[in-house]
Write a protein that binds this ligand. Sequence first.
Ligand SMILES: NC(=O)c1ccc[n+]([C@@H]2O[C@H](COP(=O)([O-])OP(=O)(O)OC[C@H]3O[C@@H](n4cnc5c(N)ncnc54)[C@H](OP(=O)(O)O)[C@@H]3O)[C@@H](O)[C@H]2O)c1
Length: 256
Amino acid sequence: MRFSQTIALVTGAGSGIGKATALRLASEGAKVILVGRTKGKLEDTANEINRSVRIPLAEVFPADVTDAEDVRELAEYVEEQYGDLHVLINNAGGSSNTRILTMSEQEWEYVQNVNLKSVFLVSKALGKIMSEAAKREERNRAIVNVASLSGHQAGAEIPHYSAAKAGVINFTRSLALELSPFGIRVNSVSPGFAKTALTEQGLQNDKFVRAIQRNTALKRVGRPDEIANVIVFAASSEASYMTGSDLLVDGGWLIK
Ligand SMILES: NC(=O)c1ccc[n+]([C@@H]2O[C@H](COP(=O)([O-])OP(=O)(O)OC[C@H]3O[C@@H](n4cnc5c(N)ncnc54)[C@H](OP(=O)(O)O)[C@@H]3O)[C@@H](O)[C@H]2O)c1
């Protein structure tokens, strides 16, 4: 129960890695605020968490994390309801397959917004609550940003996503420096290939799956909970001396 007495917020908690992270945090006692655009998906995650506990641990807050106004309302809610936040997981993200020479400006902006601007907006608004609270009470407080293997090695046909995720890794370092005086740790986790809605289409292509197996030391695609376990570790007090780091969870892709 590493997260009892802990208030955590997970963006993109309605599916995939975000959902697995929210389930894991709640299973260890955290109260979790689930954020995403689709209320129904968030409610499904919340029901899964709450059906096994007497006092509900999960609540939903539908919001678009690329929209400054939505993020302002989210921060206002957290401030009014709890006056504090201990764990923030910036997980929402997405991409499309495209090439630089044919990419529209809108496609570029969409991918920068959902993967990088969202991390800035949410960290700014909720980091303020976390740092104010840290002046009143010293305890484990952490932010974990979900980056990607593509932030280390540019992926085929995802130049916009590769650029945004490299940005997330370096933004994490800047934020870690800025929030260190408050004892707030900031790290990123870079998943390799995990089976989620994001990769569903690609993973239906046998050639793509064989390429992943060939290029991954562990010879398989990862599961969302295998990524979530590392995110949750980085958020926990077990990682108390780690800040500004990126944790690569790629099944050994980069060593091949
Ligand atoms: N799966 C992989 O292999 C892999 C590899 C490397 C990195 N990642 C990263 O892992 C993170 C989670 O992805 P996933 O694989 O779990 O995919 P996923 O199942 O598609 O999850 C992404 C979540 O983000 C939410 N989201 C998207 N845009 C949003 C917005 N503007 N505002 C609020 N929420 C938004 C989506 O819900 P709504 O559409 O309902 O808002 C969705 O639940 C992403 O940052 C992704 O880039 C994944």
